[in-house]
Design a protein around this ligand. Sequence first.
Ligand SMILES: C[S@@+](CC[C@H](N)C(=O)[O-])C[C@H]1O[C@@H](n2cnc3c(N)ncnc32)[C@H](O)[C@@H]1O
Length: 109
Amino acid sequence: MNEVLRALYETCPKLTTAYIKDVLGLHDDRAIRVAEITGGISRDEADMLSDVVREVKPIHSLEVGLGYGFSAIAICDAAYQDAPGRRHIVIDPHQTEFAKLFRDLRRDA
Ligand SMILES: C[S@@+](CC[C@H](N)C(=O)[O-])C[C@H]1O[C@@H](n2cnc3c(N)ncnc32)[C@H](O)[C@@H]1O
């Protein structure tokens, strides 16, 4: 696993209940499952994502929901990242809130 991603998994604070309910709009069992994930996807999912990208070798990829960027790092770290024309595009309408949340959680930790 990418060293930056590994460090993020060890230091990144978990999502707050308020963020999960108010921003992500989750109120049922999914809210509980999301709360257990640090930042976004699990380590196993990050490894799997890198494996899939290496296998599929997309020239362009689009990620809906950047969050802390765990999956973006996993995707961009995949072995063929230097392929000509390779581009990973991310969109997230809540990125400003996410950045503030991350900053506040780190400050309070
Ligand atoms: C679980 S987090 C992202 C995890 C991220 N892919 C990762 O692995 O680190 C889900 C993200 O989806 C974003 N999101 C919620 N609704 C969205 C929408 N309609 N379009 C794009 N992103 C959205 C949230 O702001 C949040 O950052």
